[in-house]
Design a protein. Structure first.
Length: 179
């Protein structure tokens, strides 16, 4: 089911120029709010009733930057700091990047694409960001009732810092950059 976005604005230009601008689907990226990246996948040469325009919309990337003064990772989306309604920076004491397997479900999203099933039982690679450092780990979870256990190469437990934790569930094979 397509979603509909409506907005209004006052444009100081002759009506024929305004209509010509909106009549050209290639101008849709110019009308998109900042921070939302869209790619025009397909469109008719001119807008018309019932015409289908296909866009690919992407938010991101999400980044975490260590702030030694706060002792926390600050969160940014698309280069902009995330803040609470009160204006406080959104932060985390630890970040867990957990590589997981996925497979398609029988459910479909509004575009007809299969939604993924996340496989959270078993074992896999992980990265733990804590105290401004990165630790390689292996995650393991035997049952839905058991906690996820993190161990290093030596078999010793990899601990998380006290405080907020962000868990990034990343499908195996999808790129993650940690620098």
């Amino acid at each position: 089911m397509p979603r509909r976005i409506e907005l209004s604005s006052v444009i100081n230009a002759p009506r024929y120029r305004v209509w010509a601008f909106y009549d050209d689907p290639d101008n849709l990226p110019k009308l998109t709010p900042p921070g939302i990246h869209i790619t025009l996948v397909s469109s008719p040469a001119k807008a018309r009733t019932g015409a289908v325009v296909t866009l690919r919309i992407r938010r991101g990337p999400i980044a975490f930057t260590w702030d030694a003064t706060l002792g926390r990772y600050l969160v940014t989306t698309d280069g902009r700091p995330e803040v609470t309604a009160a204006g406080t920076p959104v932060s985390a004491a630890s970040i867990l990047v957990q590589m997981i397997r996925t497979h398609p479900s029988n459910n479909r999203d509004v575009n007809g694409s299969a939604t993924p099933v996340l496989e959270l039982l078993g074992t896999g690679e992980a990265k733990v960001l804590r105290g401004g450092a990165v630790y390689d780990a292996t995650w393991e979870r035997a049952t839905n009732a058991s906690p996820t256990r993190l161990t290093g190469a030596s078999g010793a437990e990899v601990t998380l810092a006290a405080g907020p934790l962000w868990v990034l569930l990343v499908p195996v094979g999808q790129g993650v950059t940690i620098s």
